[in-house]
Design a protein around this ligand. Structure first.
Ligand SMILES: O=C(O)CCC(=O)C(=O)O
Ligand SMILES: [Fe+2]
Length: 364
Protein backbone atom coordinates (compact mmCIF):
# COMPACT_ATOMS: atom_id res chain seq x y z
CA UNK A 1 0.00 0.00 0.00
CA UNK A 2 1.37 3.41 -0.98
CA UNK A 3 2.16 5.76 1.86
CA UNK A 4 0.47 9.14 1.99
CA UNK A 5 2.92 11.87 0.99
CA UNK A 6 3.19 13.19 4.53
CA UNK A 7 3.49 9.77 6.13
CA UNK A 8 6.97 9.70 7.61
CA UNK A 9 6.54 6.45 9.52
CA UNK A 10 9.19 4.77 7.35
CA UNK A 11 11.75 6.86 9.23
CA UNK A 12 10.98 5.02 12.46
CA UNK A 13 11.26 1.28 11.94
CA UNK A 14 10.56 -0.99 14.86
CA UNK A 15 13.33 -2.13 17.13
CA UNK A 16 14.94 -5.24 15.73
CA UNK A 17 14.70 -7.02 19.06
CA UNK A 18 10.90 -6.60 18.96
CA UNK A 19 10.78 -7.67 15.35
CA UNK A 20 12.92 -10.75 15.96
CA UNK A 21 10.55 -11.82 18.71
CA UNK A 22 7.48 -11.58 16.50
CA UNK A 23 8.24 -12.36 12.83
CA UNK A 24 9.18 -15.63 11.13
CA UNK A 25 10.75 -13.91 8.12
CA UNK A 26 12.58 -10.56 8.14
CA UNK A 27 10.53 -7.84 6.41
CA UNK A 28 11.68 -6.90 2.90
CA UNK A 29 13.28 -3.67 4.13
CA UNK A 30 16.02 -5.76 5.77
CA UNK A 31 16.93 -7.87 2.75
CA UNK A 32 20.22 -7.14 0.98
CA UNK A 33 19.99 -5.91 -2.64
CA UNK A 34 18.85 -8.46 -5.22
CA UNK A 35 22.23 -8.47 -7.01
CA UNK A 36 24.03 -9.45 -3.79
CA UNK A 37 21.89 -12.50 -3.12
CA UNK A 38 24.13 -15.06 -4.74
CA UNK A 39 24.74 -18.26 -2.80
CA UNK A 40 26.79 -17.77 0.36
CA UNK A 41 27.47 -14.16 -0.50
CA UNK A 42 27.54 -13.14 3.16
CA UNK A 43 29.53 -16.10 4.47
CA UNK A 44 33.01 -14.56 4.14
CA UNK A 45 36.21 -16.59 4.28
CA UNK A 46 38.67 -17.40 7.02
CA UNK A 47 41.65 -15.05 7.31
CA UNK A 48 44.83 -16.59 5.88
CA UNK A 49 46.74 -15.50 9.01
CA UNK A 50 45.67 -14.85 12.59
CA UNK A 51 44.52 -11.29 13.30
CA UNK A 52 47.73 -9.27 13.93
CA UNK A 53 48.19 -8.83 17.68
CA UNK A 54 50.01 -5.97 19.37
CA UNK A 55 51.14 -6.09 22.99
CA UNK A 56 50.49 -2.56 24.24
CA UNK A 57 52.88 -2.81 27.16
CA UNK A 58 55.71 -3.73 24.80
CA UNK A 59 54.67 -1.07 22.29
CA UNK A 60 54.97 1.60 24.98
CA UNK A 61 58.15 0.22 26.59
CA UNK A 62 61.38 2.20 26.55
CA UNK A 63 63.61 -0.66 25.39
CA UNK A 64 64.04 -2.58 22.11
CA UNK A 65 60.81 -4.51 22.56
CA UNK A 66 58.98 -1.30 21.58
CA UNK A 67 60.68 -1.27 18.15
CA UNK A 68 59.69 -4.87 17.49
CA UNK A 69 56.11 -4.16 18.45
CA UNK A 70 56.07 -0.95 16.40
CA UNK A 71 57.14 -2.85 13.32
CA UNK A 72 54.30 -5.34 13.88
CA UNK A 73 51.97 -2.36 14.19
CA UNK A 74 53.27 -0.91 10.94
CA UNK A 75 52.69 -4.12 9.05
CA UNK A 76 49.19 -4.58 10.55
CA UNK A 77 48.29 -1.03 9.51
CA UNK A 78 49.66 -1.37 6.00
CA UNK A 79 48.01 -4.72 5.38
CA UNK A 80 44.67 -5.03 7.19
CA UNK A 81 44.06 -1.70 8.90
CA UNK A 82 42.95 -3.50 12.05
CA UNK A 83 44.62 -5.48 14.83
CA UNK A 84 44.08 -6.86 18.30
CA UNK A 85 45.60 -5.21 21.35
CA UNK A 86 46.54 -7.29 24.36
CA UNK A 87 48.12 -6.23 27.64
CA UNK A 88 46.10 -3.05 27.41
CA UNK A 89 45.84 -2.50 31.15
CA UNK A 90 42.03 -2.47 31.36
CA UNK A 91 40.85 -4.95 33.97
CA UNK A 92 39.07 -7.95 32.50
CA UNK A 93 36.64 -7.76 35.40
CA UNK A 94 35.55 -4.26 34.29
CA UNK A 95 35.10 -5.39 30.71
CA UNK A 96 33.15 -8.49 31.74
CA UNK A 97 30.94 -6.55 34.10
CA UNK A 98 30.24 -3.81 31.53
CA UNK A 99 29.27 -6.32 28.87
CA UNK A 100 27.04 -8.14 31.36
CA UNK A 101 25.40 -4.87 32.45
CA UNK A 102 24.72 -3.83 28.85
CA UNK A 103 23.27 -7.24 28.04
CA UNK A 104 21.03 -6.81 31.03
CA UNK A 105 19.93 -3.41 29.70
CA UNK A 106 19.00 -4.83 26.28
CA UNK A 107 16.99 -7.56 28.04
CA UNK A 108 14.82 -5.05 29.90
CA UNK A 109 11.23 -4.53 28.81
CA UNK A 110 10.78 -2.18 25.87
CA UNK A 111 9.06 0.54 27.95
CA UNK A 112 12.06 0.74 30.22
CA UNK A 113 14.56 0.99 27.36
CA UNK A 114 12.38 3.58 25.62
CA UNK A 115 13.02 5.96 28.52
CA UNK A 116 16.44 6.37 26.88
CA UNK A 117 15.14 6.55 23.30
CA UNK A 118 17.14 8.27 20.56
CA UNK A 119 13.92 9.72 19.13
CA UNK A 120 12.71 13.15 20.14
CA UNK A 121 8.96 12.90 20.74
CA UNK A 122 9.02 9.45 19.18
CA UNK A 123 9.88 10.90 15.76
CA UNK A 124 13.02 12.89 15.28
CA UNK A 125 16.27 10.97 15.29
CA UNK A 126 19.20 12.10 17.43
CA UNK A 127 22.61 10.53 17.84
CA UNK A 128 22.43 9.64 21.51
CA UNK A 129 20.19 7.13 23.16
CA UNK A 130 18.63 3.75 22.52
CA UNK A 131 17.22 2.81 19.12
CA UNK A 132 18.15 2.34 15.49
CA UNK A 133 20.51 4.09 13.11
CA UNK A 134 18.98 6.99 11.15
CA UNK A 135 16.82 6.14 8.17
CA UNK A 136 17.30 8.83 5.54
CA UNK A 137 15.57 7.35 2.48
CA UNK A 138 12.50 5.14 2.04
CA UNK A 139 14.40 2.48 0.14
CA UNK A 140 17.33 2.28 2.57
CA UNK A 141 18.12 -1.31 3.47
CA UNK A 142 17.95 -1.67 7.22
CA UNK A 143 20.40 -3.41 9.52
CA UNK A 144 19.56 -6.17 11.97
CA UNK A 145 20.72 -4.48 15.15
CA UNK A 146 19.66 -2.12 17.89
CA UNK A 147 22.00 0.39 19.44
CA UNK A 148 22.66 2.31 22.56
CA UNK A 149 24.80 5.30 21.62
CA UNK A 150 26.32 7.53 24.31
CA UNK A 151 28.86 10.34 24.18
CA UNK A 152 31.29 9.58 26.99
CA UNK A 153 33.87 12.34 26.46
CA UNK A 154 34.24 15.24 27.08
CA UNK A 155 33.26 14.11 30.52
CA UNK A 156 31.54 17.38 31.43
CA UNK A 157 29.28 17.19 28.38
CA UNK A 158 27.76 13.80 29.05
CA UNK A 159 24.00 13.63 28.65
CA UNK A 160 23.40 11.41 31.62
CA UNK A 161 19.66 11.35 31.00
CA UNK A 162 20.43 9.00 28.08
CA UNK A 163 22.62 6.70 30.23
CA UNK A 164 20.65 3.73 31.58
CA UNK A 165 20.13 3.98 35.32
CA UNK A 166 19.61 0.22 35.53
CA UNK A 167 21.44 -1.96 36.14
CA UNK A 168 22.82 0.45 38.72
CA UNK A 169 26.40 -0.50 37.98
CA UNK A 170 26.15 0.56 34.33
CA UNK A 171 27.19 4.21 34.59
CA UNK A 172 30.16 3.60 36.87
CA UNK A 173 31.43 0.75 34.72
CA UNK A 174 31.13 2.74 31.52
CA UNK A 175 33.03 5.59 33.14
CA UNK A 176 35.81 3.29 34.28
CA UNK A 177 36.02 1.61 30.90
CA UNK A 178 36.16 5.02 29.18
CA UNK A 179 39.16 6.01 31.30
CA UNK A 180 40.95 2.77 30.46
CA UNK A 181 40.24 3.12 26.75
CA UNK A 182 41.53 6.69 26.75
CA UNK A 183 44.97 5.47 27.83
CA UNK A 184 44.93 2.73 25.20
CA UNK A 185 43.91 5.15 22.44
CA UNK A 186 46.56 7.70 23.48
CA UNK A 187 49.27 5.02 23.46
CA UNK A 188 48.30 3.69 20.06
CA UNK A 189 47.99 7.12 18.45
CA UNK A 190 51.40 8.14 19.82
CA UNK A 191 52.95 4.98 18.37
CA UNK A 192 51.24 5.70 15.06
CA UNK A 193 52.59 9.28 15.05
CA UNK A 194 56.09 7.81 15.42
CA UNK A 195 55.44 5.47 12.49
CA UNK A 196 54.49 8.50 10.40
CA UNK A 197 57.74 10.14 11.56
CA UNK A 198 55.90 13.16 12.85
CA UNK A 199 58.20 15.36 14.97
CA UNK A 200 55.78 15.34 17.81
CA UNK A 201 54.40 12.15 19.38
CA UNK A 202 51.17 14.09 19.85
CA UNK A 203 51.04 14.84 16.14
CA UNK A 204 47.84 12.84 15.69
CA UNK A 205 46.36 13.57 19.12
CA UNK A 206 46.94 17.26 18.39
CA UNK A 207 44.56 16.99 15.43
CA UNK A 208 41.50 16.40 17.60
CA UNK A 209 40.97 20.14 18.23
CA UNK A 210 39.61 21.72 21.39
CA UNK A 211 36.72 19.35 21.84
CA UNK A 212 37.47 15.93 20.50
CA UNK A 213 34.81 13.48 21.60
CA UNK A 214 34.40 9.81 22.37
CA UNK A 215 31.25 7.92 21.51
CA UNK A 216 30.38 4.54 23.00
CA UNK A 217 28.11 2.46 20.79
CA UNK A 218 26.64 -0.74 22.15
CA UNK A 219 25.24 -2.90 19.37
CA UNK A 220 22.81 -5.71 20.04
CA UNK A 221 22.25 -8.21 17.24
CA UNK A 222 19.32 -10.57 17.88
CA UNK A 223 19.46 -14.01 16.24
CA UNK A 224 18.17 -13.64 12.68
CA UNK A 225 16.18 -16.27 10.76
CA UNK A 226 17.85 -15.34 7.44
CA UNK A 227 21.58 -14.74 7.90
CA UNK A 228 21.97 -15.39 4.18
CA UNK A 229 19.87 -12.32 3.32
CA UNK A 230 20.21 -9.90 6.22
CA UNK A 231 23.21 -7.96 7.55
CA UNK A 232 23.80 -6.93 11.16
CA UNK A 233 25.63 -3.81 9.92
CA UNK A 234 25.96 -2.95 6.24
CA UNK A 235 29.41 -2.36 4.75
CA UNK A 236 30.93 0.88 6.01
CA UNK A 237 34.11 2.57 7.12
CA UNK A 238 34.15 4.20 10.54
CA UNK A 239 34.06 7.96 10.20
CA UNK A 240 36.21 8.56 13.30
CA UNK A 241 39.98 8.66 13.81
CA UNK A 242 40.22 5.35 15.65
CA UNK A 243 37.82 2.66 16.89
CA UNK A 244 38.39 0.38 19.87
CA UNK A 245 36.00 -2.54 19.72
CA UNK A 246 35.11 -4.89 22.52
CA UNK A 247 33.68 -7.78 20.55
CA UNK A 248 31.54 -10.70 21.61
CA UNK A 249 33.65 -13.50 23.11
CA UNK A 250 31.44 -16.25 21.80
CA UNK A 251 29.82 -15.15 18.56
CA UNK A 252 31.73 -13.97 15.49
CA UNK A 253 30.14 -11.95 12.71
CA UNK A 254 32.51 -9.08 12.00
CA UNK A 255 34.10 -9.16 8.56
CA UNK A 256 36.70 -6.91 6.92
CA UNK A 257 37.07 -6.34 3.22
CA UNK A 258 40.41 -6.67 1.52
CA UNK A 259 41.23 -6.99 -2.20
CA UNK A 260 37.70 -7.98 -3.13
CA UNK A 261 37.24 -10.60 -0.38
CA UNK A 262 35.36 -10.49 2.92
CA UNK A 263 37.39 -12.00 5.78
CA UNK A 264 35.79 -13.18 9.03
CA UNK A 265 37.20 -12.09 12.37
CA UNK A 266 36.82 -15.03 14.77
CA UNK A 267 35.29 -14.40 18.23
CA UNK A 268 37.82 -12.46 20.30
CA UNK A 269 39.00 -14.20 23.45
CA UNK A 270 40.74 -12.92 26.56
CA UNK A 271 39.18 -9.45 26.27
CA UNK A 272 41.68 -8.23 23.71
CA UNK A 273 40.54 -5.03 22.02
CA UNK A 274 40.06 -4.93 18.27
CA UNK A 275 41.37 -1.65 16.91
CA UNK A 276 40.65 -0.26 13.46
CA UNK A 277 41.62 2.89 11.63
CA UNK A 278 38.79 5.31 10.82
CA UNK A 279 38.54 7.42 7.70
CA UNK A 280 39.37 10.63 9.58
CA UNK A 281 42.82 9.12 10.17
CA UNK A 282 42.98 7.95 6.57
CA UNK A 283 42.64 11.60 5.54
CA UNK A 284 45.03 12.91 8.23
CA UNK A 285 47.70 10.38 7.27
CA UNK A 286 47.16 11.32 3.60
CA UNK A 287 46.17 7.75 2.80
CA UNK A 288 49.17 6.04 4.41
CA UNK A 289 46.79 4.38 6.87
CA UNK A 290 43.50 3.20 5.42
CA UNK A 291 40.17 2.95 7.23
CA UNK A 292 39.08 -0.58 6.31
CA UNK A 293 35.62 -1.39 5.01
CA UNK A 294 33.77 -3.78 7.32
CA UNK A 295 30.34 -5.26 7.98
CA UNK A 296 28.65 -7.56 10.47
CA UNK A 297 26.73 -10.66 9.49
CA UNK A 298 23.92 -12.21 11.53
CA UNK A 299 23.58 -15.58 13.18
CA UNK A 300 20.51 -17.79 13.00
CA UNK A 301 20.86 -19.14 16.52
CA UNK A 302 22.75 -16.75 18.70
CA UNK A 303 22.44 -13.13 19.65
CA UNK A 304 25.62 -11.05 19.61
CA UNK A 305 26.83 -7.93 21.41
CA UNK A 306 29.65 -5.50 20.87
CA UNK A 307 30.81 -2.17 22.23
CA UNK A 308 32.64 0.23 19.95
CA UNK A 309 34.44 3.35 21.24
CA UNK A 310 34.80 5.91 18.47
CA UNK A 311 37.39 8.68 18.85
CA UNK A 312 36.38 11.71 16.84
CA UNK A 313 37.76 15.23 16.38
CA UNK A 314 35.97 18.39 17.36
CA UNK A 315 32.84 18.65 15.18
CA UNK A 316 33.86 22.17 14.13
CA UNK A 317 37.37 21.09 13.12
CA UNK A 318 38.44 20.56 9.55
CA UNK A 319 39.86 17.15 8.79
CA UNK A 320 42.79 17.35 6.38
CA UNK A 321 46.11 15.67 5.63
CA UNK A 322 48.70 16.61 8.29
CA UNK A 323 50.88 19.37 6.78
CA UNK A 324 54.12 17.71 7.82
CA UNK A 325 53.33 14.71 5.63
CA UNK A 326 53.04 16.81 2.48
CA UNK A 327 55.62 18.14 0.06
CA UNK A 328 56.07 18.52 -3.70
CA UNK A 329 56.47 14.79 -4.15
CA UNK A 330 53.66 13.93 -1.74
CA UNK A 331 50.74 16.23 -2.50
CA UNK A 332 47.48 16.08 -0.57
CA UNK A 333 45.34 13.16 -1.71
CA UNK A 334 42.17 14.22 0.10
CA UNK A 335 40.16 17.43 0.18
CA UNK A 336 39.56 18.92 3.57
CA UNK A 337 36.14 18.80 5.16
CA UNK A 338 34.64 20.05 8.40
CA UNK A 339 34.06 17.05 10.64
CA UNK A 340 30.38 17.77 11.23
CA UNK A 341 29.81 17.94 7.43
CA UNK A 342 31.76 14.72 7.09
CA UNK A 343 29.45 12.96 9.57
CA UNK A 344 26.30 14.28 7.86
CA UNK A 345 27.61 13.20 4.45
CA UNK A 346 28.58 9.82 5.90
CA UNK A 347 24.96 9.09 6.88
CA UNK A 348 23.69 10.16 3.45
CA UNK A 349 26.21 8.04 1.58
CA UNK A 350 25.76 5.08 3.92
CA UNK A 351 22.03 4.92 3.20
CA UNK A 352 22.88 4.70 -0.54
CA UNK A 353 25.52 2.04 0.20
CA UNK A 354 28.26 4.42 -0.95
CA UNK A 355 31.27 5.88 0.80
CA UNK A 356 31.91 9.55 1.43
CA UNK A 357 35.70 9.13 1.47
CA UNK A 358 35.61 8.41 -2.28
CA UNK A 359 34.17 11.87 -2.92
CA UNK A 360 37.08 13.49 -1.06
CA UNK A 361 39.89 11.81 -2.97
CA UNK A 362 42.00 14.08 -5.15
CA UNK A 363 42.98 12.24 -8.29
CA UNK A 364 46.69 12.64 -8.86
O1 LIG B 1 29.66 -5.17 16.12
C1 LIG B 1 30.76 -5.13 15.59
O2 LIG B 1 31.57 -6.05 15.67
C2 LIG B 1 31.19 -3.92 14.79
C3 LIG B 1 30.21 -2.80 14.76
C4 LIG B 1 30.63 -1.70 13.84
O3 LIG B 1 31.34 -1.88 12.90
C5 LIG B 1 30.19 -0.31 14.13
O4 LIG B 1 29.34 -0.13 15.01
O5 LIG B 1 30.70 0.62 13.46
FE1 LIG C 1 32.21 0.00 12.20
Amino acid sequence: MALAADDESWRVPSLVQELAATVQEPPSRYLIPEQDRRHDQLAGVEMPVPVPTIDLQRLLATDDSADEEASKLRSALLSWGFFLVTNHGIATSVMDALMAASREFFRKPLEEKQMYSNLIEGKQWQLEGYGNDPVTTQDQILDWCDRLHLMVEPEDERNLDRWPGHPETFRGLLHEYTMGCRRVKDGILRAMARLLELDDDDGILGQFGDKGSTHARFSYYPACPRPDLVLGVSPHNDVCVLTLLLADEHVGGLQFHRDGTWYCVPPVHGRALLVNVGVSLEIMSNGIFKGPLHRVVTNSEKERMSLAMFYTTDFEKEIEPIAQLLDDKRPARYKKIKFKDFVAAHHEYFSKRERVIESLKILI
